[in-house]
Ligand binder design. Structure first.
Ligand code: ZN
Length: 201
């Protein structure tokens, strides 16, 4: 069985959003084409959703003296400080209008104040799982197609965890956009994914 994973296609990651990914809105059209292709083939569609409590520890606002973009620490793990984003039950956390999600299964992440969660499978400390792996394995999914935002964070860690969990992984580059805090971050992320066996299309 095959599945499509749509990573964090949410308002706050779109241009004008709280943590805007440059040209993030360009992934919507590609995502919708992939959704239609998967539905036609009887494959599954899954979406991850960044879903933070308002006092999440990854927010610069919760860490005295820190600014968005700084590298800090959260409960023993290195942590990039982000602007407040994807706060639970706010419009910023909603999926983008125009994304044809339909009855896609949604997996939320980043709900624990003390740890961030870039991957759709586990938090950054691998302390907890979102249930995505169990859900996919229960449906005998072995092959994943991934697109979304951001290439250099949530897409990358979702793809790397998927490889580590034994899935065949195809990344649709045209359907991904990155934050690029430092120039070259996206290129390095793509190299890392390729080295882990991700097929970059
Ligand atoms: Zn987040």
């Amino acid at each position: 069985m095959k599945a499509l994973i749509l990573v964090d296609i949410q308002n706050d990651f779109m241009p004008g959003g709280a943590l805007a990914v440059p040209r993030g809105d360009e992934v919507i059209r590609v995502a919708n084409t992939l959704i239609a292709d998967h539905r036609r083939d009887g494959a599954l569609v899954v979406a991850t959703q960044d879903w933070h409590p308002a006092n999440h520890g990854s927010f610069a606002s919760q860490n005295e003296g820190q600014n968005a973009g700084d590298l800090h620490e959260l409960d023993g793990l290195p942590q990039v400080m982000w602007p407040d984003h994807c706060v639970q039950d706010t419009s910023g956390a909603d999926f983008v209008d125009g994304l044809s999600l339909g009855d896609a299964e949604v997996f939320r992440k980043g709900t624990d104040v003390q740890v961030d969660s870039y991957s759709g499978f586990f938090d950054n400390g691998k302390r907890g799982a979102t249930g995505l792996d169990a859900w996919l394995k229960a449906r005998e999914v072995s092959s994943l197609t991934i697109c979304g935002v951001a290439t250099d964070y949530c897409v990358k860690f979702t793809a790397l965890d998927a490889r580590a969990l034994g899935y065949d992984v195809r990344l649709i580059l045209e359907g991904c956009r990155g934050v690029e805090l430092a120039p070259g971050d996206c290129a390095r992320a793509i190299d890392e994914m390729r080295a882990a066996g991700v097929v970059v299309v």
